[in-house]
Design a protein around this ligand. Structure first.
Ligand code: B12
Ligand code: SF4
Length: 436
């Protein structure tokens, strides 16, 4: 038996009644992808989401359930904010399940693989997309049992300790080259009725961007799924699960005009009774694409606007301009599309003045009818702002990863701004925005 765990994120807002927060209540799609390839290989597999539990008793019960299964492997999916909880959970489970192999994966440990290995709470860390490599490891465990570590040297993209030495097998970050080799996620692996926004789907992986603050910039170049396969999966979400709204969780849904047009035209042609949401790069929106999006059923669009100052945008490698953002946001709102603008303060070159420009832009967007998600920049591992923090003048002031939540207080100071100053400007901005 293989158990996959989505550990608790302390910032999870499962019980929040806010519309915005409810929209974030999504299942761990990465674990559904992994669970599906494992199930298809013939291995029994179960997925457990610790975020779907309401209290400590339910948590203890879930731990008991997992322990009783005596899994051969437990896989933990770890984000930065869930890292401390995962450590505690794995420590607790390691004491009881001393024959189980603990495999860690997910964004945080893809870039911080050593610590859980050294602490003895992970046996193997998989860095990057895990579908292909997890099957190889299962095979090795079957063939060699307790001697499996001797046979890991040719497995790409993993870290482990063998003979008291940390082994770091290249490449740094695994990507699945051909997404058609990955089966459509089997959503029966989780009880989707527990999620307010369960209908997630991916049309592509990776990103063309190199934004310095972003943990996705190192997830490989974009790889696209076949359009027919995306339409098939959308149809399945509508007909089998009864969803009437679908959330594309691609890093950036539209970064290539030709492909975007083809996909939107295929969605229109299928005439599914469904609307959808997606994050779109402002540069790839024009009059024609906005209209096509609307016709295809785009209800919510999220734009990474980031800053209200062009020099700051350039300094973080964000290849958009504030002028273009203004015109595209306006155009989408005119079409009746709900617009969510994500914006950041505390970027490496931000000053009090540039933050004031960002806040002024956010206020204007809000007055025009857009929703604003304003956050303090968090230097997630893997992002340039984390990896080159010193060079960029960033000082990490709070190492409690549980608090590395984008809607929390700042965890850094920058060349020009102290952490306290960023917090002060952030709180002020939030109250000004709330007053609109
Ligand atoms: C949808 C989404 C959410 C949703 C759903 C989260 C989820 N886990 O599915 C919600 C809104 C809840 C969310 C919350 C947060 N998110 Co988010 N999210 C995304 C987004 C847009 C898509 C996730 C997804 O489905 N990816 C597709 C699947 C296939 O990939 P995957 O989940 O990474 O899984 C693959 C690999 O990582 C690996 N893998 C994952 N787990 C495991 C486990 C094992 C054992 C193995 C072997 C492999 C493995 O194999 C999987 C299959 O290939 C990504 C960006 C992106 N496009 O990936 C950001 C992203 C993952 N999120 C991010 C962040 C910052 C957060 C938050 C911290 C935000 C906050 N609170 O401030 C929280 C953390 C919550 C959590 N515990 O994960 C960062 C990750 C940074 C980090 N170091 O943690 C990303 C990369 C966005 C970014 N560019 O900054 N998120
Ligand atoms: S911010 Fe958006 S465009 Fe930039 S690297 Fe991240 S996902 Fe890509």
């Amino acid at each position: 038996m293989i158990v996959l765990i989505y550990p608790k994120d302390p910032n999870n807002t499962k019980n929040s009644s806010s519309f915005m927060q409810a929209s974030l209540d999504m299942p761990p799609l990465g674990l559904l992808y992994l669970g599906t390839v494992i199930k298809k290989s013939g291995e029994p597999v179960k997925v457990f989401d610790f975020n779907s539990l309401e209290n400590q008793d339910m948590e203890d019960e879930m731990i008991q359930k997992i322990v009783q299964l005596k899994p051969q492997i437990i896989g933990f999916s770890v984000a930065t904010t869930s890292y401390p909880y995962t450590c505690e959970l794995a420590k607790k489970m390691k004491k009881i399940l001393n024959e189980t192999i603990f495999i860690w994966g997910g964004h945080h440990v893809s870039f911080q693989s050593e610590e859980p290995l050294k602490r003895g709470i992970a046996d193997i860390v998989i860095r990057g997309e895990g579908e292909e490599v997890i099957l190889k490891i299962i095979r090795i465990l079957k063939d060699y049992g307790n001697n499996y570590k001797q046979h890991l040297k040719d497995v790409e993209g993993i870290s482990y300790i063998y003979q008291n030495q940390i082994h770091y097998n290249k490449p740094d970050y695994l990507v699945v080259k051909d997404l058609e080799n990955v089966p459509i996620p089997d959503r029966t692996l989780l009880d989707l009725s527990k999620y307010k926004n369960a209908s997630t789907i991916l049309a592509s992986r990776g990103c063309i961007g190199k934004c310095k603050f972003c943990a996705s910039a190192c997830m490989g170049l974009p790889r696209e799924r076949e359009i027919s396969s995306i339409i098939y999966e959308m149809d399945m979400l509508v007909k089998r699960y009864g969803y009437r709204h679908i959330n594309f969780v691609d890093n950036v849904f539209a970064y290539n005009k030709k492909r975007t047009k083809e996909l939107l035209e295929a969605i229109c042609k299928k005439q599914l009774p469904v609307t959808f949401s997606a994050e779109v790069n402002i540069n790839f929106m024009d009059e024609e694409i906005v209209e096509l999006f609307k016709k295809a059923g785009l209800k919510f669009v999220q734009f990474g606007i980031e800053s209200g100052n062009n020099k700051i945008l350039k300094s973080i490698n964000k290849t958009i301009s504030i002028e273009r953002s203004h015109s595209i946001v306006k155009r989408c709102l005119e079409e009746g599309i709900h617009v969510v603008c994500s914006m950041l303060i505390g970027l490496p070159e931000d000053t009090e003045e540039t933050i004031a420009e960002t806040v002024a832009m956010a206020k204007q967007f809000k007055k025009e009818g857009a929703q604003i998600v304003l956050s303090c920049m968090v230097p997630y591992p893997g992002s340039e702002v984390f990896e080159k923090a010193d060079e960029l003048g960033i000082k990490i002031e709070n190492w409690d990863y549980a608090q590395w939540n984008m809607t929390n207080r700042s965890v850094i100071s920058t060349k020009y701004l102290s952490r306290r100053k960023i917090d002060k400007l952030y709180n002020q901005a939030l109250s000004e925005l709330n007053a609109i």
